[in-house]
Structures are given as C-alpha cells and as structure tokens.
Design a protein. Structure first.
Length: 214
C-alpha cells in the first residue's frame, strides 16, 4: 500500500465557490479533487487529504491566526501520517491576500520551504524522505466580494507558474501546474467548482502514478 498526503488549503478541503461572504458549503468527499484522485488510483494507494481553509505557505495571517501558517503544521502532519511515499503540496492562493504583502517569488519560496521540510524529514518508508509534488494553484479568476481582500493578487497569481518552476527545479522535486488544466470559478474567483475538482484529480492521477512507480 502506497500512501499520499495532500497538504493544501480550502481547495483541497473542498470549499464550494462562495457568491458572498459566509455563504458556501463543502463538496462531498468523492467530489473533492483528493477524492477523485483516490478513486483514480484505486485500492493500492491511500490518499490522505489535509486541507485547511485559509492556509498559507509560511505566513502567519494577522486576521485568521497563526495556525493558518502551513510551515507551522507540516511537520506534525507528515509525522502523524507516516510513512508517506509522496506529499503533494498545493498552497499559495491565500498568500495572495493583500494584507500579507507577498510577491509571486516569495510565495514560491514559501512552497519551497515546505518542500524542504518534507525532504529533510525521515517520514517516508524505511526512514527515507517522501517524494514531493508541488502543485501550482490555478490563477485567480474574476473576483467578486473577494476583490478587496485579494487586491493585486490576480496579476501575481499569473506569475506563480514560472516562480514555482524555479523553486521546484532548485530542489529537484516534481511540479504540476493546475492552471494548465483548470480555471478558478467565476463565482468568487478563488475556489474550484465540481468540474474543476474532477478534472484536476484525474489529471494528477497519471503524474502521481509515475512518481509512485519510480
């Protein structure tokens, strides 16, 4: 049995696109992209989804709290679920919030810092480090009520793919650009609709199979 940990934010948790603040639910487990990935990979692989709304790569959110900082909790997560064959890191969208003042390169470096935590651990089989797959978040789409919160984030989000490629290459870890197969929902510009979850989960399945086979 191979084990894959998904470490992400609300789009891995399964938040539905929100037409206004406080209005929105959560997709069923089999609709969320980690669930779609699990179904595609079959019984020989266990996919563990560790998604948290508002999670950043490595920044304390002054409004939502320090527990949203992905770097603070990652070591706990990988030790909790070890041994892990692969850790998929899909973070960066929340770092685009205006109040966090992060540039695209900073966000990619934050994701790289998370990769370093995994690569420096002994949470894989036989005490080795798990493999890492960095997933570039899909660019921000048309923003509605979130426009002020993510002011300036749309342009930055379009630069993430190139910056993540740099961070991944520096660490020789795998990379997948979610924006190459999906777009964010136009309902709120940030979250994924059910169809995007399906497409992303199925698209990642082939990449994950190849990483687990190496």
């Amino acid at each position: 049995m191979k084990t894959v940990l998904v470490y992400g934010d609300s789009n891995s948790w399964g938040a539905e696109p929100q037409p206004e603040r406080g209005v929105g639910g959560r997709f069923a487990p089999d609709v969320r992209w980690p669930g779609v990935l699990q179904k595609a990979l079959g019984d020989g692989v266990q996919v563990i989804a560790e998604g948290l709304n508002g999670r950043t790569t490595c920044v304390d959110d002054p409004v939502e709290g320090h527990h949203k900082n992905g770097a603070r909790f990652l070591q706990v997560a990988i030790e909790t679920h070890m041994p892990l064959d692969l850790v998929i890191i899909k973070l960066g969208t929340n770092d685009l919030k205006a109040r966090l003042s992060m540039q695209a390169g900073d966000i990619a470096d934050g994701a790289g810092r998370l990769a370093d935590i995994v690569l420096g651990s002994a949470t894989g089989p036989q005490g080795r480090a798990p493999r890492v797959l960095l997933v570039v978040p899909a660019p921000i789409s048309k923003l509605g009520w979130l426009k002020e919160m993510f002011d300036g984030g749309t342009e930055k989000s379009r630069k993430l793919a190139g910056e993540f490629a740099r961070a991944a290459a520096a660490r020789d870890v795998a990379l997948f650009d979610a924006g190459s197969v999906i777009t964010s929902s136009e309902v709120d510009g940030i979250h994924l609709d059910a169809e995007a979850h399906r497409i992303l989960g199925e698209a990642l399945a082939d990449r994950v199979r190849s990483l687990l086979a190496d």
